[in-house]
Design a protein around this ligand. Structure first.
Ligand code: SME
Length: 159
């Protein structure tokens, strides 16, 4: 199936799961699950990091065990937080300070979740292939981030 078609499906599913009736942790769990289900090959690891003080804390995810705590400005995740923008990394080995949670990860995209202009968390996705993510992924995932951010905001503890 085309990437565009799969992202349209992803956004529709997130719309269903992102609802006020559920606990925000349940919302994030289902969003991670649906992302992994729709992109089983491309998304080796997909999950959330939650802003707590000056750190990102591991949230709901699908994939192998991951780093539990990332400081502001560190790694791809901490840098995306500091710069407040999406980072598309074609080759993680070429990103200075990249934090390797799995030696299988080769490329990565990190999308900040912003609520009222403040970064409250992030979507992090790793791939086992080089250059998996491009501008199209960025646009769709930033749309997903907008839908998910209000739920992340209920869990985050920004400084
Ligand atoms: N690679 C990330 C760490 C998180 S794992 O990929 C799940 C980073 O450099 O911040």
């Amino acid at each position: 199936m085309e990437k565009q078609t799969r992202y349209s499906e992803l956004l529709s599913q997130i719309e269903v799961f992102a609802n006020d009736a559920d606990h925000p942790i349940s919302v994030l769990c289902n969003c991670a699950a649906v992302m992994k289900t729709i992109f089983p090959e491309e998304y080796f690891w997909v999950g959330f990091y939650i802003v707590e003080g000056g750190e990102l804390i591991l949230g709901p995810f699908q994939g192998t065990p991951a780093c539990t705590c990332i400081k502001f400005g560190r790694g791809v995740c901490g840098t995306a937080w500091k710069e407040q923008c999406t980072l598309v990394v074609e080759d993680v080995e070429k990103f200075p300070g990249h934090i390797a949670c799995s030696s299988l990860s080769r490329s990565e995209i990190v999308v900040p979740l912003k609520h009222d202009g403040v970064v409250v968390g992030e979507i992090d996705i790793d791939s086992t292939q080089l250059s998996t993510f491009d501008n199209e992924d960025r646009i769709y995932l930033e749309h997903a981030a907008e839908m998910i951010a209000p739920y992340m905001a209920k869990l985050a503890k920004p400084l």
